[in-house]
Design a protein around this ligand. Structure first.
Ligand SMILES: [Zn+2]
Length: 219
C-alpha cells in the first residue's frame, strides 16, 4: 500500500509539472489528485488491527457473512441480502420461511460471555457506552422484526470458527426450515415437511423393526 501511495504521488507530481506546460491536461490532473486523495485517506487503519475491524460496518460483505450465505445458497436456500427495508438491514432475509438471519461479529455486537468479546484497555468508557448502544439497538431491531412476524436467528462469529462451523451451519438450516414456509399449500413437499417426513419415516421404520424382531423370536 505504501508503494502504491508513493507511486501515485510521483505520478501526481509528474502530472502537475506536465499541467504547468499545457492546460489541456487539466482533467487528468484533477482525476489524479482525486485518486491520490483516495489512496491516502482510505486506509485509515492497518489491516488486522481492532480499529480496522471496527471501521467496518454491517452491510459490507465480510467473510463471516459470506460463509453463511454461500452455505445457505449451496443448500438451496434463496434469500435477499442486506435488505434496507428492514430494521438493522439484515444480512440474510429468507421471505419463504419468514426468517431473518443476522451474522454478528462478537466484539462489535458484544456477544455475551464470549471469549472474543473483551473491552478495549484504552478509552474503555467510550467503548463500553458505544457497544452497549449497539446491543440495545440490536435488541430493539430484533423485537421490531419479531413484531412484524419474522423469525430472527443470530449467528455469531465465534460459532463460525473451524471447530463449530459445520455443526452451526447444519443447525442453522434446521432452524430455518423449522418454520413453515409462507404460502406453502399443497404441491411439492417443502424442506420442513421433508425433514418431518424423514423423521416420521425413521420412527415407523424403528417400530417396524421391533415388531419384526418379536415375530422372528416366535417363529
Ligand atoms: Zn462470540
Amino acid at each position: 500500500m505504501g508503494n502504491m501511495t508513493a507511486s501515485a504521488q510521483t505520478k501526481s507530481a509528474e502530472t502537475e509539472s506536465a499541467q504547468a506546460k499545457s492546460t489541456q491536461q487539466k482533467s487528468t490532473q484533477t482525476k489524479s489528485t482525486r485518486r491520490q486523495r483516495e489512496l491516502t485517506e482510505k486506509p485509515r487503519y492497518a489491516k488486522g488491527t481492532r480499529s480496522y475491524t471496527m471501521s467496518r460496518i454491517r452491510g459490507k460483505d465480510t467473510s463471516i457473512e459470506r460463509i453463511v450465505r454461500s452455505y445457505l445458497f449451496a443448500h438451496g436456500m434463496r434469500f435477499r441480502k442486506n435488505d434496507k427495508r428492514y430494521p438493522g438491514h439484515p444480512d440474510v432475509v429468507l421471505p419463504k420461511y419468514r426468517t431473518i438471519v443476522f451474522v454478528n461479529g462478537c466484539f462489535w455486537h458484544m456477544h455475551e460471555g464470549c471469549g472474543n468479546h473483551t473491552m478495549p484497555k484504552t478509552n474503555t468508557a467510550f467503548w463500553r457506552a458505544k457497544l452497549q448502544r449497539n446491543r440495545e439497538r440490536d435488541r430493539r431491531q430484533h423485537d421490531e422484526l419479531q413484531r412484524m412476524g419474522w423469525h430472527v436467528i443470530d449467528v455469531w462469529e465465534c460459532e463460525l470458527g473451524n471447530a463449530m462451523r459445520a455443526s452451526r451451519l447444519e443447525r442453522l438450516v434446521e432452524q430455518i426450515v423449522a418454520h413453515a414456509p409462507v404460502g406453502a399449500s399443497g404441491g411439492t413437499m417443502n424442506a420442513a415437511e421433508h425433514i418431518q417426513h424423514q423423521q416420521t419415516a425413521a420412527r415407523s421404520e424403528h417400530d417396524g423393526t421391533g415388531e419384526n424382531g418379536e415375530n422372528k423370536e416366535t417363529t
